[in-house]
Write a new protein. Structure first.
Length: 186
């Protein structure tokens, strides 16, 4: 069983994976590599003067791998709540996880299958920490926002979700603030 299964490998999913893996949570990302980032170019992202969406994905995937997360290019066909977490099914295999982060953009079908509640705007109902009405399931980025889709917002939502997971795991509010001395040798 992994600690966190992240479904979707765009800015929200990769941000969630980065925070989870760097904080020693066993993390797996499922992605079909169909992110809208392939059509994007970022020039309004903090600390990034200009980068293509493809390059952003390549660099961020490298960071996520370097921190210890596993990336699987597999389509998730189902997610079910089990007695001690969640079962994540793909055409190739079945995985178990304690938490699930949904980062599938505008595709909210997995949230619907899990029984997450939706708002009047027909988006997944999440709290400020991106947790859905199903305990242990988080919905990030475009899943919880009607027409307010942007890479920086999505990345922030992914980070917020994992900070909540880390706070639950540690039993107190967790701060993820790095100092220069914390930078790992790569």
């Amino acid at each position: 069983m992994v600690d966190v299964a992240i479904i979707g490998g765009g800015p929200a999913g990769l941000s969630a994976a980065l925070y989870a893996a760097k904080n020693d949570l066993d993390t797996v990302v499922f992605d079909t590599d169909e992110s809208w980032m392939h059509k994007a170019h970022l020039f309004n992202y903090p600390a990034v003067r200009s980068i293509s969406g493809d390059e952003f994905l390549e660099v961020t995937r490298g960071q996520v791998r370097d921190r210890g997360a596993t990336l699987r290019e597999e389509e998730v066909t189902g997610v079910e709540q089990t007695g001690d977490g969640f079962s994540v099914t793909t055409a190739e295999d079945e995985y178990t996880a304690e938490y699930v982060v949904l980062a599938t953009g505008g595709d909210r079908s997995l949230a619907e299958e899990l029984g997450c509640e939706f708002t009047d705007e027909d988006v997944v109902d999440v709290n400020v920490d991106m947790e859905t009405t199903v305990e242990g399931v988080y919905a990030t980025g475009a899943m919880g926002r009607a027409e307010k889709w942007q890479a920086v917002i999505a990345a922030g939502d992914g980070a917020a979700a994992v900070l909540d997971i880390l706070s639950k795991e540690k039993g107190e509010y967790y701060h993820d603030f790095d100092m220069p001395s914390d930078v790992p040798e790569l």
